[in-house]
Design a protein around this ligand. Sequence first.
Ligand SMILES: Cc1ncc(COP(=O)(O)O)c(C=O)c1O
Length: 303
Amino acid sequence: MTRQVYISGKLVPEAEAKISIFDSAIMLADTMTESTRTFRHKPFKLEQHIERLYQSLKLTRIDPQMSAAQMLRTTLDVFEANLDNYREHADCWIVHNISRGIAIAGADPTVQVGAPTVMIFTQLMDLKPWARFYTDGCHGVTPMSRMVPSQSLDPRIKNRSRLPYTLAEMEAKLVDPAAQSIILDLDGHVAENKGGNIFCVSKGVLKTPTTVNCLAGISRATALELAKKLGIPTEETVLLPYDLATADEVFFTSTPYCIMPSTKFNTLPVGDGKVGPITRRLLAAWSELVGMDIVAQAQAQVN
Ligand SMILES: Cc1ncc(COP(=O)(O)O)c(C=O)c1O
């Protein structure tokens, strides 16, 4: 079945979804975004994603011209219209991109001159890039580029201006093609990955940076909730590269893979160089929460 996507009030076959070359998404990369995933064809924390989307829209003064409740209903309609495209054991992304709409070159960029461009689509969840990291762990590398400081752009505003993250990820991959970036802020504190949050475990305590320098990830919140349920002490704090290098365990969190263990940091082994027990317990608890084996699903895609 042809994928049906939503664009500004209409559900259309994907080939018919067009935006203007003058859209602020292109002229200014002025687009707020969310990426939600499904587990067993059920959207996970979609309400929280939409709540975060509306916070980003508020801060950037983009009027989506629909309420959060209407956005939720519309999103579910898009998802339901495409469900037949996803096999029983396959899950999908549900992606929102919302721009300020047509931008008039040279005019005041803060003025929304017309309707916003609201785009919603689903896409097969391809977990192959992360599958082997559940057992082997990935290599976290600190790139040369630093986070855009939160004084300039609050990292909690989830937007599509991705150049800083793209450059940072490239620099990490020049060190090791399989590396995942661990971006530092201007003070040298651990911030986040281009698409994920960072955690470490030291002496039984699960630690992650505060949201002063990173996105308030929904997976980050889930990992903290699960840790609390499992009685694992947690701390939102300042972390330096030293803390990751000397930690017992390191992992990333993000919507597609949930938890991605990291067994190497800037070429040094993390702990004993194997995926740690707290990381495995959290992954198991997450699988239990969503009623399916997250790791097995990813590994089945490569086997
Ligand atoms: C920069 C950045 N940090 C962290 C995350 C993780 O957020 P979430 O867990 O909500 O997917 C993302 C997700 O896209 C991101 O883009």
